[in-house]
Ligand binder design. Structure first.
Ligand code: PLP
Length: 408
């Protein structure tokens, strides 16, 4: 690996991402198989926001995934990447009238999240009463009642319609002959356990039943799964794709309406299919000991490794041509001017002199998309095949790229 890193460094410098497209395809195929082995009507929709790397979007399309998008920009990205519009799911809390009108006309699966969107749909109906309108509804999981531990220790989910809201909006949609074809229950939990998905599935079927929604074609449990963990992370106690598939299918198939009508089960995985698809290689520039605290300076930034400053350090490997140094406990720090720029905290290192490399694993989800153009440019992306060949698919951004973004 050191030889490969050195070769790439020579061509494009550090830091750089290594991307393994074959891993992405395997993850998606394995997730799909876990469901279709139990239940055939299944849609795998890749969560665009997790990583926009072009090759990944292309591959998701090639293997018949739907596109899960959460903004007008992402929706247009899916269209431009060639996803058929009836294979685009349009989620997200903020959609303007024009976005909704276009997506409805395109027969995309539009998941409404709030009451203002109902008004937009009714306006589209008023403008064109003969147009058949199909919509989905995101259902609030009412997690405050204690069933799902929300991400970040939050107590209430702000997304989707509560039962009280549903009582107001469903009659309005029915009166305008708008068909409700999808129920959506994405919930970002802190523990990602299978039980959460049993709860989501039950709640969606309860809503289906209570509001007599007989035109439902999609039961969408969202993303938020565990998976695609790299080596170095203990997964022995974590759910597998097959555990989620079993929990969700079993719960849904226990519902008589579901068994009879056989709607599609939809999932929208992001992190669970892309985490292990990217690695980040960064170079060490300096070791400093300041009042007993070791700092190891690298040329990457925490946005690329730990954008939410999570407590847990990502697994990494040291690569060096030199022999080992005495072991130190150190914070690995980044190239920005912020004190909080720490890629990892309190880790032990045996290579920490100028020119050594660190390779961080599991940086595929939410790192590239959340990395700002701040002090250091976006890093190049280098595709690596299973045979070890590499190809620089995205070059490092430079001052000209920055000016183009700022001035156009
Ligand atoms: C609606 C929706 N679907 C899918 C996802 C993907 O979640 P994850 O990356 O945890 O699988 C998200 C993430 O926030 C989301 O908001």
């Amino acid at each position: 690996m050191l030889e490969l890193i050195k070769k790439i460094d020579k061509e494009c410098g550090t830091p750089f991402y290594l991307v393994y497209p074959e891993r992405f395809v395997n993850n998606l195929q394995n997730f799909r198989k876990a469901f279709t082995d139990i239940y055939p009507n299944f849609i795998l929709s890749y969560s665009f926001k997790t990583n926009y790397t072009s090759i990944l979007l292309q591959q998701a399309k090639n293997i018949d995934c739907f596109a899960e998008t959460v903004s007008s920009m992402e929706y247009n990205l899916a269209v431009q990447k060639g996803f058929a519009t009836n294979r685009i799911i349009f989620n997200g809390p903020i959609k303007n009238f024009e976005d909704i009108k276009k997506a409805l006309a395109n027969k995309s699966i539009v998941q409404l999240d709030s009451e203002y969107e109902i008004e937009h749909v009714l306006k589209v109906h008023k403008e064109n009463p003969t147009l058949e309108l199909n919509v989905g509804l995101r259902i609030n999981m009412e997690v405050g009642s204690g069933n799902i531990a929300l991400q970040g220790g939050l107590r209430q989910s702000r997304f989707g319609f509560t039962n009280d809201m549903l009582k107001r909006v469903i009659p309005l949609l029915k009166d305008a002959n708008v068909k409700i074809i999808s129920l959506h229950g994405h919930t970002s939990s802190s523990d990602r356990v299978v039980e959460n998905y049993r709860h989501i599935s039950k709640r969606l079927m309860q809503v289906r039943h209570d509001f007599e929604l007989d035109s439902i074609r999609y039961i969408n449990v969202g993303g938020g799964f565990f998976g695609a963990a790299p080596e170095g992370i203990d997964v022995s106690q974590k759910p597998k794709y097959t555990d989620y598939a079993k929990g969700i299918c079993e719960t849904l198939l226990a519902d008589n309406w579901f068994k009879e009508h056989k709607p599609y089960i939809v999932i929208e995985p992001g992190a669970s299919v892309v985490s292990n698809v990217f690695e980040l290689v960064t170079k060490i520039y300096q070791h400093k000991n300041i009042q007993g605290q070791n700092f190891v300076f690298t040329d990457a930034s925490y946005f690329q490794v730990r954008p939410f400053l999570n407590k847990m350090n990502l697994p990494f490997t040291e690569y060096s041509e030199k022999s080992e140094e005495p072991e130190i406990q150190a914070d690995i720090v980044g190239a920005t001017c912020m004190e909080v720029d720490k890629l990892a905290e309190g880790v032990s290192l045996r290579h920490y002199t100028n020119g050594d490399y660190l390779l961080f694993r599991a940086v595929g989800a939410y790192r590239q998309n959340l990395s700002p153009l701040f002090i250091i440019p976006w890093s190049p992306v280098v595709e690596v095949s299973s045979t070890g060949c590499f190809y620089i698919s995205k070059k490092r951004q430079d001052a000209t790229d920055l000016l183009n973004l700022l001035e156009k």
